[in-house]
Design a protein around this ligand. Structure first.
Ligand code: UDX
Length: 446
């Protein structure tokens, strides 16, 4: 099928490369000329494992092209995905001006039937606005359908999530468009694409849920808000564990074994960050409020999340007594491992708060230092964890990168000024750390 993706960011590029990989003829359009030239030259605008290879391979075989021309993109495709950014405004509301702009441009160039699919995370009822915008600018008076096809891609695992999704959601008011979307996703649904490493007979097809447009839009916000709620819930329980002497890792295990609860997303720590959860929780709360429902639960979810960052700072104060002039070594800066993404990363708030207390900060992250340099001033960035440990008064683990799990703790201790570890992600074994002579502080466990 001929497909165009507007917006060559994280979601757009992964969607384009994956749809090309499963046999479609794909164009990615972006108005950022430099970004398009870079992709053309094999340089990805974002860090996503496997993406450079997938993009390169599909560009080479002609299944994927990139361009800055909307006209070329719109002329090319039957299905046009809108995957542009929806950044938050100060009140949490999503800024939909890029979506509107793209909808208008699509309408101006359409010369035949098109399916316009919302891929960006948008508030419920955006589909109606997109539909209206296209109708008002539909120069050639052609038929079209607007559908909602939310993405559920985790950064760092985006290609896997696209190829092996838990479900595919299509919101459509038209059978014709829903059928086209089903056909487009057929290889993924039927587990029938080159290199697929599961068997249809063993795992069954991917569930395809066809809904109305508004329900699909809501599914995205409700999913992310629910996951964020799960994280804030477990962080709240971690605080009770800490006060009572219980161990949150055991409590999480115990509740997660109930299949109705499930064991994932019950990892207590410094809280969630990234480009989705904070933004989506705020946006969902705002939309609900605008519609007349005061979704206070979500306010509390955000509050607990913010409080976890403050808790990390207060734990450092409690351990060091005087923070002024002390050196805190920070391991991990990105909002989670396997990404260079610093958006809403807890490390940023924590580092700024420690600097405000007069602490000196040394930091290392396997991928995120260039991004972090843009956001943080006065931090000494190091080449590895051991350099961070050198003369540090506390070592603070902020992101659970795999390489931090296998550090030579004896060497770390040797390098440090005080042997104190604050494990803000509960990623280390407290007994093993203590056995090396460290003072260990975790989140909700002793
Ligand atoms: C998320 C959703 O998972 C994805 O479906 C959606 O489309 C986009 O948002 P992402 O932001 O890439 O993806 O990250 P995810 O892996 O879900 O983690 C989000 C945050 O929650 C991270 O900061 C992570 O550290 C934190 N987290 C996750 C916890 O603190 N505890 C957990 O148990 C799980």
């Amino acid at each position: 099928m001929k497909v165009t993706i507007v917006g060559a960011g994280h979601v757009g590029l992964v969607t384009g490369a994956c749809l090309a990989e499963v046999g479609n003829d794909v164009i990615c359009v972006d108005n950022d000329k430099q970004k398009i030239e870079q992709i053309d030259a094999g340089v990805m605008p974002i860090y996503e494992p496997g993406l450079p290879e997938l993009v390169g391979k599909n560009m080479k075989k002609g299944a994927l092209r990139v361009t800055t021309s909307m006209e070329e993109g719109v002329n090319h495709a039957l299905v046009i995905f809108i995957a542009v950014g929806t950044p938050p405004k100060t009140d949490g509301e999503a800024d939909l001006s890029y979506i509107e702009m793209v909808a208008r441009e699509v309408a101006l160039h359409m010369d035949g039937y098109r399916v316009i699919s919302e891929k960006s995370t948008v508030p419920v009822k955006t589909g109606e606005w997109v539909d209206r915008t296209i109708r008002l600018n539909n120069r050639h008076k052609v038929e079209f359908d607007v559908v909602s096809n939310p993405e559920f891609l985790r950064e760092g695992a985006a290609i896997f999530d696209f190829m092996y999704p838990d479900r595919i959601v299509v919101g459509s008011g038209s059978d014709r468009a829903a059928e086209i979307m089903r056909e487009l996703y057929q290889p993924i649904i039927e587990r029938n694409f080159p290199g697929c490493n599961v068997l249809l007979d063993e795992v069954g097809p991917v569930p395809l849920l066809v809904t109305d447009v508004k329900s699909a839009e809501l599914i995205k916000h409700a999913s992310n808000s629910f996951l964020a709620t799960k994280i804030s819930f477990i962080n709240a329980v971690a605080n009770v564990c800490e006060l009572s002497g219980a161990d949150i890792t055991l409590v999480a295990k115990g509740i997660g074994l109930d299949h109705r609860i499930g064991k994932s997303f019950l990892h207590a720590g410094a809280g969630y960050g990234g480009s989705c959860f904070p933004k989506d929780v705020a946006a969902f709360k705002k939309i609900s409020g605008d519609l007349g429902y005061d979704f206070r639960l979500l306010e509390e979810v955000s509050r607990i999340n913010q409080a976890q960052r403050e808790l990390v700072v207060s734990k450092i104060k409690k351990t060091l007594w005087i923070v002024r002039e002390k050196t805190i070594g920070v391991l991990g800066l990105s909002f989670k491992p396997d990404t260079d993404d610093m958006r809403e990363a807890p490390a940023v708030d924590v580092i700024k708060a420690l600097q405000a207390e007069g602490a000196k900060i040394k930091a290392y992250d396997p991928q995120a230092i260039p991004e972090a340099e843009e956001l943080l001033q006065g931090v000494e960035f190091c080449k590895d964890a051991y350099e961070v440990a050198c003369d540090a008064d506390t070592l603070l683990f902020m992101t659970e990168w795999e390489e931090f799990r296998t550090l030579d703790l004896a060497r770390v201790k040797e390098a440090m000024n005080y042997p104190i570890i604050l494990d803000a992600r509960n990623m280390l074994d407290p007994n093993a750390v203590r056995a090396q002579g460290f003072e260990y502080v975790g989140m909700g466990r002793h």
